[in-house]
Design a protein around this ligand. Structure first.
Ligand code: GCB
Length: 577
């Protein structure tokens, strides 16, 4: 799905800002006629942002949130097709424009859109109503539930809210809302794949139109032009760039390719930033443009106080600055696809991204054919949205699943086949926390990613004593699967400002020493091709006896101040290529 863009044939306007909000605690808003307008108790709310930290009584509201926004549809947009697009809304979402239901979507982190000009009043005000039903559902992807309070158990099982993952289930319209025009028969989609032939770069494109048409497609960048005829809904071509500058780590060479669609009835264009690069897993190595890569970086979250999971440009700018300073070359979009602007930023900064699905905490009861079908749909949505980003070099299809049974194997095989059929250019992985024999999915994947907390959840307080266990664990995975490995999570909680000599758990010294020693242990293993510290910054999670307001494994605080370990990583990572 193409990101909205303004050009000669397309206009857009953002509907971000102050909306009205109503928390439907009885859950019967639809029957009460809320699609026609919110009740007078509705209050101001900012979009994009989660609702939970905007008002304290909404903090633990995980139900049906209703939003309203009155917007003006310009008169000169009359008789032009108009789309309404949501970057992401939590849970099960329904959208009404002037009381007509125009959109329904399920999921927290991917966009959806609909053509709405047939219900718009041009040159007048229009009423937009959004229902974001964030009710925690044990069968959703990811699974979550408010039920099952469990006493006396340690860890997430006894957290509130009781979800199967370690981050707060924020709700709301968390990414931008757009209204845009484009020709009726528009450039519906573009897929680019790149290759290198000698010193030339090849940008192979497939362009899809909305309707069957006759005409031509012209792709150009500078003096290089590729014109192909179109008869149907799809045109393919190769744009050749002589002496191409490859996209690489810290060398974000991008070619702004202009795609023009010319048919008898309409014209459209779209500019896409393309990075020419190759990625490949070869034996124990991960090759970018033929050169081995060592992934240095983090698992991250979209998370900030007050905003919750709401997208914010300033935070993205700050985070990329910190990643550059510390010497990171990569991050994982743990545990869901991030806002598209973050991926574009990674494209522009030459940062590698492991793009992850929202499938965190999958368990054995989920491995049913109907849930696999749903999962395949989400993988398809993610790849459709993100396939053109050069920064994305691998897909991670799940985080820490229980993956032991024949059903699990079929599920993971099915997901792998879907991802490969939709994208034959990128390796795939999933992220494991259990032992090799409890990971029946790996034979179908290219890279092994493990999350290991020696010296924390295993061998609490023992940094030196658990180092050999950690190394032995890495070896077990390599012996069983013979694939390159990234340690996608390791780390310790540290409360900023808490100091201790000798280092003890929760002090900055402990986190610092553990991360440094484990990083060095990984560097001893040739099959280990990356180290991602958990986590980039402290982040909000559910309440439990093991969390002090936030998860404190951040190398930076939630406000992005460095802890002691940040300075150590800055040194280690700037030394290691
Ligand atoms: C994990 C999870 C991550 C948690 C982390 C922790 O293994 O993948 O979501 O936040 O551990 O801090 O426990």
């Amino acid at each position: 799905m193409l990101y909205p863009q303004e050009n000669l044939y397309r206009n857009l306007t953002k509907l971000d800002g102050m909306w009205r909000f109503f928390a439907d605690r009885e859950g019967n808003g639809e029957a009460k006629g809320l699609p026609g307008g919110l009740p007078k108790e509705a209050r101001d709310i900012a979009v994009p942002a989660s609702w939970n930290e905007q008002y304290s009584d909404l903090f633990h509201f995980h139900g049906k949130g209703w939003y309203e926004r009155i917007f003006f549809a310009p008169l000169d947009w009359d008789s032009r097709p108009v789309w309404l697009r949501f970057g992401a809304v939590s849970g099960v979402c329904k959208v009404w424009v002037n009381e007509t239901l125009v959109l329904e979507h399920t999921g927290n982190a991917l966009p959806f859109e609909a053509r709405i000009d047939n219900v718009l009043h041009f040159g007048q005000e229009n009423r937009l109503i959004v229902l974001a039903d964030s009710t925690l559902d044990p069968w959703s992807l990811p699974p979550a539930s408010l039920e099952g309070r469990q006493e006396g158990r340690v860890g997430f099982a006894s957290s509130y809210p009781n979800v199967t993952y370690d981050f707060f289930p924020y709700g709301g319209i968390q990414r931008s809302v757009w209204l845009y025009t484009a020709p009726a028969n528009r450039i519906e989609d573009i897929t680019v794949k790149t290759d290198v032939q000698g010193t030339a770069g090849i940008i192979r494109f497939t362009l899809k139109t909305t309707a069957i048409c006759k005409g031509k497609v012209i792709a150009s960048v500078g003096d290089q032009v590729c014109e192909v005829s179109l008869d149907g809904v799809e045109a393919r071509g190769d744009l050749r760039i002589p002496d191409a500058k490859l996209w690489d780590i810290g060398q974000p060479n991008l070619y702004a390719v202009n795609f023009v669609l010319e048919t008898d009835e309409s014209k459209d264009c779209y500019r896409l930033d393309c990075g020419i690069r190759t990625v490949k897993v070869d034996g124990n190595r991960f090759l970018l443009n033929g050169k081995p890569v060592f992934f240095k970086g983090f698992g991250k979250h979209e998370d900030y106080s007050i905003l919750g999971k709401g997208y914010n440009d300033a935070i993205v700018v700050k985070d990329f600055g910190l990643m550059r300073w510390i010497g990171a070359n990569s991050f994982r979009t743990s545990h869901y696809p991030y806002d598209e602007q973050i991926l574009s930023m990674a494209d522009r900064h030459g940062v590698l991204v492991i793009g992850e699905t929202p499938f965190v905490g999958l368990n054995e009861r989920m491995y049913r054919p109907d849930i696999l079908e749903k999962a395949k749909g989400v993988i398809a949505e993610m790849i459709a949205r993100d396939k053109n980003h050069p920064s994305i070099v691998m897909w991670s299809l799940a985080n820490e699943p229980n993956c032991e049974s024949t059903e699990a194997e079929q599920f993971f095989k099915g997901m792998a086949e879907t991802a490969r059929s939709l994208d034959d250019t990128r390796p795939i992985t999933y992220v494991a926390h259990l032992e090799p024999e409890n990971n029946v999915g790996y034979p179908y994947y290219d890279v092994v990613c493990i999350n290991k907390y020696y010296g924390w959840y295993v061998g609490a307080g023992l940094i030196d004593e658990t180092l050999d266990e950690f190394k032995a664990c890495m070896d077990r995975f390599y012996q069983k699967f013979g694939k390159p490995m990234i340690v996608t999570e390791f780390g310790a909680d540290a409360i900023a400002g808490m100091h201790c000599d000798p280092p003890q758990m929760f002090s900055e010294e402990y986190q610092n020493e553990m991360v440094a020693k484990q990083f060095e242990a990984m560097c001893e293993k040739d099959y280990c091709i990356g180290a991602h510290v958990w986590a980039f910054a402290d982040f909000k999670t559910c309440q439990s006896i093991s969390r002090i307001i936030v998860n404190r494994k951040g190398v930076f605080t939630r406000e992005r101040e460095p802890k002691m370990v940040a300075h150590t990583l800055h040194r280690l990572w700037n030394e290691k290529n």
